[in-house]
Design a protein around this ligand. Sequence first.
Ligand SMILES: [Zn+2]
Length: 162
Amino acid sequence: MQRLWSPWRSAYLDSGGPDSKEIGCVFCYLRDHADDDEQNYVLHRGSHNFVVLNLYPYISGHLLVVPYDHVSELDGASKDTTDEMMDLAKRAQTALRSAYSPEGYNLGVNLGKAAGAGIADHLHIHVMPRWGGDTNFMTSVAETRVLPEDLATTYQKLRARF
Ligand SMILES: [Zn+2]
């Protein structure tokens, strides 16, 4: 059921390779391939944004809320878009609480490479669950983590809650 290779994962891994040139922006690719939502771990589609699992999560349950519009700046997105982004961040918190009962959450937006954005050209909000024993956000960014749960399992748990 889970494919070993999918184009946008490959683009993530090798952002300069031929695959990524074919695909262009990873988030625009996900927007345009709704038929592959399960394969691509897209959890939910709203009117202006979608919610997807981060493929390289800092922690299990690390979600991204992504506008359909390819905009890089928060103040470059429409009010309808940012209003729904926040609504979906709230739904993400509700889903994460139901699935994982975390002790806290991080919500974050990195605007620009200098601010740590992995995909700087296309706005997105990170939402992730936190526990008292895990490391803080800044240290977890720099680490390779061993995840307690694979993405397909996380996807099934959270999809049912959106
Ligand atoms: Zn894009």
